[in-house]
Design a protein around this ligand. Sequence first.
Ligand code: ADP
Ligand code: MG
Length: 274
Amino acid sequence: MNRVIAVCNQKGGVGKTTTAVNVSACLAIMGKRVLLIDLDPQASATVSIGVDITHCKTTSYDVIVDGDTIQDALVATSVKGLDLVPASLELAKAELRLSQLDEPDTAMRKACEAIREPYDAIFFDCPPSLGILTSNALVAAESVVIPVQCEYLALEGLSALVQAIDVVRHGRNPDLEIAGIVLTMTDFRSNLAREVAEEVKRFFPGKVFETAIPRNIRVAESPSFGKPVCVYEPHSTGAMAYQLLAEEVAKKVLGLGGSEAVRVPLAAAEGPTP
Ligand code: ADP
Ligand code: MG
């Protein structure tokens, strides 16, 4: 079953881009065909996966604002099986341009319909807002993955996000569902992190992925090398966590079970490195 998945939380710095890039990459390494669409004007996903934005002629801005096809914007990444629709800094102007349209939030859905066939999964890396770019991703997607950082005020804003998802579900996209919450940058040695995790589980019963992503220096370093952490440092605890999360996403979101959800051929036997 192929799925379009929006990685979404209007809070900045919670691990959206890190999760979108690393889960996409792990799924591609598992042999899936994956497309990552960068919808953030800061273009962090594009840069993190090693694509030079100055060489991208057509970007998600051209697709969403000017109606260029996604095919024109596709670039292959260094990870086999993972394609990217890059973002550009121009996306910062998109909200204004799109707000002048009758249907400001449907462009990405139309663009995706034309391209989704060959992919097992399409991920949107959303910007840190609930504006028109995020609405475009929510209208195009069937599933929302919400990264939540286990910190003070983690739940703040989540009601607004759930409401925004409900508005889209009751309007343009009845198929939309929250696929799961990912706890990110966790350090369960701290009482606060454990308490916040419990609170998130109470707020989203049954929706929190079993795999939490620990705070790990290799995860933070890998974007500056233009590589997902599972390529940059496959034996790190961060890479292993994202591998497990990708397996959970394959099973719970893409509906791949048993032998189909093959393990990512990395780290495996050896113990974790920091
Ligand atoms: P968002 O896309 O929600 O703004 P990012 O994915 O860019 O958040 O993450 C914010 C910052 O935290 C980045 O500098 C990223 O490298 C870092 N980061 C994300 N996840 C981890 C992690 N598990 N361990 C350490 N640093 C992380
Ligand atoms: Mg981001």
